[in-house]
Design a protein around this ligand. Structure first.
Ligand code: SF4
Length: 386
């Protein structure tokens, strides 16, 4: 799924990242930064040049603010907009979301990726209905204890739904702070995160908190981008230490990534040319609750075909699928099994035949979805749900 500019990337409270900044005193203190008019520059820039027309900027409803913040995690704005609008139509209230079956939520999320967000969204809605009378609190510390909501997302809800002062610290904001303050890496990511949070909080203005918070996000998404920041358009250019030192490319520093462990699985793609056999995955674990191809461990191609009312015609090994999860890499060997239907009923509840024309709207893991889309006739392969 899309990652980087324009998205709320994972935050330290939500998923420990590998960004590391100095645990020694930064080259410029927050107080000194305030003297440079840091917040005032961001606020003025946002009002004149920031984004004002995003759909979730037209509301203060905490449900809608929360929904947009979760969708924006690790996903670009342009990808989120249609999902956000469809989600609001399908689940107009937090209560409607809480009451919906998980399969409906996953279907509405299909194609947006990182499905743990959808599962947590559903769980969070149910928790708020059960424990908080269906209402978000303005207190970010209370919201940060809800499923799927970390410190930065909770702060965003406080700022954009309640107009309260709270520090947002997503990857975009961290990138700006690391560059502007020329913060170097240290061996202690935890201490670095604490220092970064303290800096983010110290820089908060006493007024215009929404324009400031939106401005930091807009700057990170459109000006102080990961590669080739547009310093000539930046309102912080005259106070930015990285720019003064010519170190934009090396900041923020990143800890070296450890190689990910690898896992190998085999799956089977049983199809009669009109439908494909899928299996609902267990609620927990990878791709929890999604439909996916049955694991080959479920039986041989011939046995699986027979158990599901089909005669096996031919098998073909397809190119393996490589997929990167946060904590490991998965290589999926895929066996295509062409079958002829006889009875054609899925033999267990967790298995179902999916018509090929419904692949785009089904709640499928992204790499499986991409593979299955290739089954559709040429001219009918656009991913209409994305
Ligand atoms: S001057 Fe350049 S590096 Fe510094 S904050 Fe602005 S865009 Fe980022």
């Amino acid at each position: 799924m899309d990652v980087d500019q324009g998205c709320r990337a994972a935050t330290s409270g939500e998923a420990a990242d590998r960004l590391a900044v100095s645990s020694t005193l930064p080259p410029m203190s927050a107080a000194a930064a305030a003297g440079t008019g840091f917040a005032a520059r961001v606020v003025a820039w946002q009002k004149a040049n920031g984004r004002h027309e995003l759909p979730w900027q037209q509301t203060r409803d905490p449900y809608h603010v929360w929904l947009s913040e979760i969708m924006l995690q690790q996903t670009q704005v342009r990808s989120v907009i249609p999902y956000y609008q469809r989600f609001r139509t399908r689940f107009p209230t937090l209560e409607a979301l809480a009451a919906a079956p998980m399969t409906s939520v996953l279907e509405a999320w299909a194609g947006l990726g990182y499905y743990a967000r959808a599962r947590n969204l559903h769980l969070c809605a149910q928790t708020i209905v059960r424990l908080h009378g269906g209402q978000f609190s303005g207190d970010s510390q209370i919201n940060a204890r809800l499923p799927g909501i970390g410190r930065s997302t909770a702060a965003a809800i406080s700022v954009f739904a309640f107009g309260l002062r709270a520090a947002i610290l997503d990857a975009n904001v961290r990138r700006i702070l690391a560059r502007c303050f020329a913060l170097d890496a240290t061996p202690s990511p935890a201490a670095d995160r604490r220092r970064m949070w303290a800096l983010a909080e110290a820089l908060l203005p006493t007024t215009d908190i929404e324009a400031y918070s939106q401005g930091m996000m807009d700057l990170g998404a459109t000006v102080c981008v990961h590669r080739q920041p547009a310093c000539d358009r930046c309102p912080l250019a005259s106070v930015c230490r990285a720019r003064q030192q010519g170190r934009q490319a090396e900041l923020p520093a990143r800890m070296p990534k450890k190689p990910l462990p690898e896992r190998r699985e085999s799956v089977i793609m049983l199809t009669d040319g009109r439908q494909v056999l899928l299996e609902r995955r267990p609620a927990s674990g990878i791709w929890g609750g999604l439909l996916s191809l049955p694991e080959l461990a479920a039986g041989s191609a011939e046995a699986l075909a027979q158990r599901n009312g089909c005669r096996l015609l031919a098998t073909t090994e397809l190119p393996a699928i490589d997929h990167r999860f946060t904590h490991f890499r998965l290589t999926l060997a895929v066996l295509r099994a062409d079958v002829q239907p006889i009875g054609h009923a899925a033999c267990e509840d967790r298995w179902q035949w999916l018509p090929l024309e419904r692949i785009a709207e089904a709640a499928l893991p992204t790499p499986i979805r991409r593979l299955l889309l290739s089954l559709r006739p040429p001219g009918d392969r656009s991913d209409k749900a994305c």
